[in-house]
Design a binder for this molecule. Sequence first.
Ligand code: SF4
Ligand code: SF4
Length: 377
Amino acid sequence: MDRPDLGADIEKMTAYCTYCPKMCRFSCPAAAAEGRETVTPWGMMRLLELARDGSVELDEEVADIFHHCTGCRRCQTWCKHGNDVPRALWKARRWAAEQGFMPPQLASLLDHFDAHDRPFDQPPPEVDDTPFDESAGLAYWPDCSTAQNHPHLVGAVGRLLEKVTGSKVRLIRSEDTGATPCCGFPLSAAGLEESETIRAERWPAFAGVERVVTDCAALAAWNRPDSSWPMEPRAGDPEVEHIFGLLAKELPQLTATDPIDGADSLLHHSCYSARQLDGVDQVHTIIAQIYETPPAAMAYDGDESPCCGGRHHYRALEPDSAKEAARRVLNSMDRRDDASSMVTTSSNCRCALSDADDQKQVTSLLELVCQAYGCLE
Ligand code: SF4
Ligand code: SF4
């Protein structure tokens, strides 16, 4: 097998890891949940180095290990070299898939996308599209986790955006099904397709769309040069940004009609919104607008926030370990007498946390913004 050229930056990163005393070991949700050295950031990067230089033969077992990273970038917070482990491991997955090796649990993703334009084995639920205007220049592209698991929020966000911007926005839909498609990030996370191919072949046309806001942190990360997986801008495409950017800018001009009491609540920053989008300050601006009493910070807060293991490919690959990672986040509520609920900044995390323990009350910041501005029905 030819030695792959994954890029000089990846080569340097794996070398740094090889000679590192695992400074980031404690921060990795997969390593903590699975309790094995092979899936620490160090273990995965060392294995990539050995597979890349031919010391270890690439096979299904080796390829499987490359998938035990959620992309949370938490290890980078404690890495003296600033290593971007998800960037390296996404490339490793693609290389392994091209050689015919990938975890069998992830293969059905392609079927789900071909059938439903999304990573789920069911068609999308109906959403209220009355708050949208199909000719507007500003468009909302819902996180597929929101559209699938909290479909009432799609219409609520439409009403919120109308309130915030002064006019109705467009809802991004697939030309084939009329439903909102997934951006395809789970396919790239599984190593099944290149991000540029997904964009070219699976994204809807943007005719007449000047700007897109989304609550999908992965889609927003694709469109940022400083994320782990930046895509080159494509001529003619609208700017894509996370909805928290727009809300942080616009909400300070609008008084919340139903402010939230967060006295019994803990705040969890999703790893993608905190570390892939550098969005911690935006979240705090939004919180200042919608809460009477803000939620308390977790022991590891903001850029240091723990990952709940909630990304789609990791939950499909290691469902028990993903739940264990989520329970470790929820356990921070048990350490405080005054915390009976958790607010998280992503729909994905909300689902993963709720699935892990249905006795714990978890909601999303976006739902609370809609509530505070009277947009839920
Ligand atoms: S990511 Fe950084 S801290 Fe973690 S093992 Fe590699 S070099 Fe060490
Ligand atoms: S990005 Fe997150 S899941 Fe991936 S190796 Fe680093 S800490 Fe672990």
